[in-house]
Design a protein around this ligand. Structure first.
Ligand SMILES: [Zn+2]
Length: 410
């Protein structure tokens, strides 16, 4: 019983963290807007933005509370072991049943909130590009992907533990790392599914983008425009490819919304990340994070008492996966705080790259446009930035770019 209470308390703390973030976010909405970003939204847009934020944060708060409540009820009533007992007493079925229950319940609980968020709130503010049909297809696809991923990880844990016992920590770190590398390699491939890419037409923009890369010794495979506007209004650009040959991907929204100089500024920023090997450095930090996760897995599969406390006769690897999730919900906020602090530093450095390529002024305009399109928070509370911001607040970024421009001139 002691173990059961301990796990429930940990789940409560882990589940409470997103609720806490939400409360800080609500506080941010009441902060005065810094002077240098006063022109990002006009009054009407700003009022609209505030109510958009308020509606989302209310929904997030409810969804956070609902999913926490559901997890606590499932744990408290020993629902996982009860559900598993309906299936044959084979390892495969035992893992499958627990993960199935968990994935189905969280999808069903999330469904209402996702629907309301996409089809009601996003719709109301003109962001939604999904129809009921694409929403349903996306959700089914999401369910299949998360079920497959959860099962893969659940069985991986089972397999590795039976082979390696305590050495599972080291091997799991390696495997998780390779897996995350694979995912980041697969992302450009996966994002092609359902999207069309066309080569950027010849002209000033293409020439300037090419020049930016070639002046730093890169080769450009191609510059592609992705038809992201079918799904979203958000603006984005990224870099992909191993070695010195790169493919640049620009969202069509970005090409339509910005001047060539502003696109070059955004791109010079991405180049800054590339030159400082930020992706690689983040991957290295990620190893530390994964090591902690592996420790969480190890505790989950090792302590049989954590399983018997919830009605299982022995270690259930599906339930170990659930326990791991609970431990990770405690570890993750701390590690992501460290990684985000580094990321914010990297953002300043990447902005600096845009300044040194001569796109400082364009960068400021581009940052404002990005913020406007993404409805960014202009005056986040310091503690929110510290806890969850991977990018510095707009006002701070613009102030830094202005400093660098005057240093460059002076
Ligand atoms: Zn960046």
């Amino acid at each position: 019983m002691k173990e059961k209470m301990l796990v429930i308390i940990l789940a409560l703390i882990g589940g409470f963290f997103p609720i806490l973030l939400n409360l800080f976010k609500r506080k941010s909405a009441k902060n005065p807007i810094p002077e240098n970003v006063g022109d990002v939204y006009d009054d009407e847009t700003y009022t609209k933005w505030r109510s958009y934020q308020a509606e989302h944060s209310r929904l997030d708060l409810l969804s956070g509370i609902a999913s926490l409540a559901v997890v606590l009820v499932l744990l408290f009533t020993n629902a996982f072991s009860a559900f598993a007992s309906l299936f044959p007493d084979k390892l495969v079925w035992q893992v499958l049943s627990v993960i199935l229950l968990d994935t189905l319940v969280s999808t069903v609980v999330g469904l209402f909130f996702d629907y309301y968020s996409t089809m009601v709130i996003e719709q109301k503010y003109g962001f939604n590009k999904s129809t009921i049909k694409t929403f349903v297809v996306d959700k089914i696809r999401g369910l299949i992907v998360s079920l497959a991923l959860n099962l893969f990880l659940g069985f991986l844990i089972a397999l590795l533990h039976s082979w390696l016992e305590d050495y599972i920590i080291i091997l799991l770190t390696v495997v998780l790392f390779l897996f995350s590398l694979l995912m980041s390699f697969l992302y450009p491939v996966l994002s092609r599914i359902g999207n069309k890419f066309t080569s950027l037409e010849e002209g000033e923009l293409r020439t300037n983008l090419m020049n930016l890369l070639t002046s730093h010794g890169y080769k450009v495979g191609d510059i592609k425009v992705m038809d992201a506007s079918r799904r979203t209004t958000k603006l984005n650009a990224y870099f992909s490819g191993f070695g010195s040959t790169k493919t640049i991907v620009l969202y069509d929204n970005l090409v339509n919304a910005m001047t060539p100089d502003e696109i070059c500024a955004v791109f010079a920023h991405e180049l800054g990340h590339g030159l400082h090997k930020d992706v690689m450095k983040m991957q290295i930090m990620n190893i530390g994070n994964l090591l902690l996760m592996a420790v969480a897995v190890w505790i989950s599969v090792r302590e049989g008492s954590l399983h018997t406390a919830f009605g299982f006769s022995d270690v259930n690897y599906g339930f170990a996966y659930i326990l791991t999730g609970i431990f990770i919900s405690l570890i993750q906020p701390l590690t992501s705080m460290i990684i985000n602090a580094y990321s914010r530093k990297a953002e300043y450095r990447a902005d600096k790259q845009a300044v040194s390529e001569g796109y400082g002024e364009a960068m400021i305009v581009a940052l404002k446009k990005l913020a406007r399109e993404n409805f960014a928070e202009l005056a986040p509370t310091r503690i929110s930035v510290l806890l969850e911001y991977s990018h510095p607040p707009l006002s701070d970024r613009i102030a830094a770019v202005e400093r660098q421009i005057s240093n460059k001139e002076g």
